[in-house]
Design a protein around this ligand. Structure first.
Ligand SMILES: C[S@@+](CC[C@H](N)C(=O)[O-])C[C@H]1O[C@@H](n2cnc3c(N)ncnc32)[C@H](O)[C@@H]1O
Length: 409
């Protein structure tokens, strides 16, 4: 494989510039991550609300607009809305789009409780058959048999809700119910089936679980500002359809291109999406848009740090190819971000370990943005809670901090 010669020299590393260490100001250790509508759905690798809020308060003009092109569970959007900013979210995962919409759309508490009671009553009267899934979808494996009927009944009565906003909210509450009753460990990033012993003790009541979710939503959603509504769409970050300089700021935590081995957003969402009625092709289509998923030969983007790291990995061409695929897509995204923003692009990112090699994502991002003409204004660093990304520890490298990179146009 040919790697393009990269003429750039690495920028001064953050470490040698006296940065690279957390001063604690951006850690938010022990902070409540379940305030407001954040509690409604736990999306994987979510940004801490306190971090999103501090970034918005510090770097986004009052009343300005914030785009999160990888909005996931909507943490940045919720904080943008709560702070009176305009919130715009994009993601390729259908679950992320639904969750982000539900968490940022005001609905009054009475309507939520009333529709919740109706859905439940209808579901309890359901006398049809349980939904069945295809062999390849492999859904039933994650549930006990007794759960299939109440889940089916809930899904059918939620699909019949007329109001699009209420239907979206209830689809999200249903997806949380699906996740909470499934036979997987909820504090793990990847799906892993409970042991037989644990399964024996795990017999949640599906309707009771759903009722808890409705109660929580009826309390939290009305706390949003009454005019709250974010602009959330399914869109690939490499092909944003905004005009130039359409938003004041961008705040995001990008994927790391480790869909295959690390944080697999498609796998995380799969059971929820199948229950919501999405098909195998829908999941495949979304996955195909994940940064780094494409198979075509790509050119190394202009980062000397990346180039040097890839050179050191030459004995592992599969890993090199995987890294190039991701960073080429990532570079395309960064160019889009630089185009659509008026002021600042803020990227929260940690390092990645690929086949035992550390890829310094903060350094690489800074060099790529520099080449696009949007230089680094300031970098902050924060320690990660120890339980985050536990898998990474297996590779012997402690991914225990992440960088907050602020770029100014
Ligand atoms: C680290 S998560 C973002 C989490 C988010 N900050 C939150 O608080 O929940 C990265 C997200 O990027 C999305 N993603 C991956 N490739 C994408 C692409 N090409 N365009 C848009 N989103 C993408 C994934 O679906 C995932 O939701």
């Amino acid at each position: 494989m040919v790697i393009a010669i990269n003429p750039l020299q690495p920028q001064d590393s953050f470490e040698s510039a006296g940065q690279g260490l957390s001063d604690g100001a951006w850690d938010f250790q022990g902070q409540d991550t379940r305030c407001s509508t954040h509690a409604i759905h736990t999306y994987v690798a979510a940004m801490i609300p306190g971090l999103a809020r501090k970034l918005i308060d510090t770097y986004v003009p009052t009343g300005g607009s914030v785009l999160d092109p990888f909005c996931g569970g909507g943490a940045v959007l919720v904080e943008a809305i709560r702070s009176g900013r305009e919130a715009v979210g994009r993601d390729i995962n259908n679950l992320a789009v639904l969750v982000s919409k539900a968490k940022t759309t005001y609905i009054d508490g009475d309507s939520i409780s009333r529709i919740g009671a109706r859905v439940l009553a209808q579901a309890k009267n359901y006398n049809g058959l349980p939904m069945r899934f295809g062999k390849l979808e492999y859904v039933e494996f994650w549930f006990k048999d007794y759960m299939l009927l109440p889940l089916t009944a809930l899904k059918i009565s939620i699909d019949a809700i007329d109001s699009p906003d209420l239907r979206t909210l209830f689809r999200v509450l249903f997806s949380t119910t699906v996740r909470n009753v499934s036979l997987t460990y909820r504090n793990e990033v990847r799906l892993r089936r409970m042991s037989t012993v644990e399964q024996e003790k795990f017999n949640p009541d599906v309707f009771a679980e759903f009722t808890d979710q409705v109660r929580l939503a009826a309390q939290r959603v009305p706390q949003l500002p009454m005019t709250a509504r974010a602009d959330v769409e399914k869109e690939d970050s490499r092909h944003l359809r905004f005009s130039n300089e359409a938003v004041d700021a961008i705040i995001c935590s990008p994927p790391y291109g480790d869909e295959r081995n690390g944080v697999n957003y498609t796998q995380f969402a799969k059971n929820m999406l199948y229950w919501l009625g999405y098909g195998r092709q829908d999941l495949k289509d979304s996955k195909a848009l994940s940064l780094g998923w494409g198979k075509a030969e790509r050119v190394v983007p202009p980062s000397a740090t990346l180039f040097n790291t890839l050179e050191a990995m030459q004995d592992n061409p599969v890993a090199v190819r995987e890294a190039i695929a991701f960073y080429a897509d990532y570079y395309e995204t960064l160019r889009q971000l630089a185009r659509v923003v008026r002021q600042r692009v803020i990227i929260v990112i940690g390092n990645r370990v690929l086949h035992r090699t550390i890829l310094n994502n903060a350094q690489i991002t800074a060099e790529l943005m520099d080449s696009i003409g949007v230089p680094l204004e300031v970098a902050h660093f924060r320690r990660l809670p120890s339980k985050r990304l536990p898998k990474m520890r297996e590779f012997g490298a402690a991914i225990d901090q992440e960088a907050i990179l602020v770029f100014k146009k």
